[in-house]
Design a protein around this ligand. Structure first.
Ligand code: 5RP
Length: 243
């Protein structure tokens, strides 16, 4: 599973804090990345101790980890729908969280996030948006007054150049994601490609989200606007929960 920067101890505190929110009978969305992995491991420990939950994985990697941890699983298509139980909580990481002020300030109303560092944001958005409560788990390195890091966009392979042109039109500079400079492109769990798009500071995330979602060839972009309910920030000494 992909690991990005930031202290692993802080990530663990954040992930474990959010995992404590699960209660008996819950269906839990299982995010992707090194911080969400801590939550999945903690949930696994709680299942061993008798907690009755089922997990909805957001990626191949989170499915594998949940299986290793002995967490019963169901697919999103089983969880959500007329006969499904729904998703009670989702726990997922983020690449950047806007604080609207200084790092450490409260969550921007409804949350503004960039996700997709692990190229799993299409399924993550489906699961996180379907959940009654979406808990974001991060270390302090992810907090920023404004969103300004590169934005991942999953694209249909045939639409790559058309989407790249639309991104430039919207003020961004796209780069095809490769595992290594010499390697072929990263291919998502859905068989698509990823453009990492530098927009500089994103002054209106909701407007950019709408523009990108309306662009043919875009499968999903990594702007998560108005979806988060809580952000669990693991710090050097504990956890801060922003709502
Ligand atoms: C995967 C994601 C991850 O949640 C995000 O990249 C954060 O990962 P990490 O917890 O390893 O820093 O969006 O698509």
């Amino acid at each position: 599973m992909k690991t990005s920067g930031g202290s692993d101890a802080a990530k663990r505190r954040a992930g474990e804090s959010a995992a404590e929110a699960a209660t008996d009978g819950d269906v839990v969305g299982l995010g992707t990345g090194s911080t969400a992995a801590h939550a999945i491991r903690r949930l696994g420990d709680r299942v061993d101790a008798g907690l009755d939950v089922r997990g909805v994985p957001t990626s191949f990697a989170s499915r594998e980890l949940a299986a290793e941890e002995g967490i019963p699983r169901l697919d999103l298509s089983e969880a959500v729908g007329p006969d499904g139980p729904g998703i009670d909580i989702a726990i997922d990481g983020a690449d950047q969280v806007a604080t609207g002020g200084e790092a450490g300030d409260a969550l921007v109303s409804g949350g503004e996030l960039i996700k997709g560092g692990g190229a799993a944001h299409a399924r993550e958005k489906l699961v996180d948006a379907a959940a009654d409560r979406f808990l974001v788990v991060v270390d302090p390195s992810k907090e920023s007054p404004r969103l300004d890091r590169s934005l991942p966009i999953e694209v249909l392979p045939a639409g790559r150049t058309a989407v790249a042109a639309a991104v430039r039109e919207a003020g961004g500079e796209p780069t095809l994601r490769r595992a290594d400079r010499k390697d072929g492109p990263v291919v998502t769990d859905n068989g698509n490609l990823v453009l990492d798009c530098a927009f500089g500071e994103i002054t209106d995330p909701a407007a950019l989200s709408t523009t990108l979602s309306a662009t043919p060839g875009v499968v999903e972009h990594g702007l998560f606007v108005g979806l988060a309910d809580e952000v669990h920030v693991g710090t050097a000494s504990g956890v801060r929960v922003d709502e």
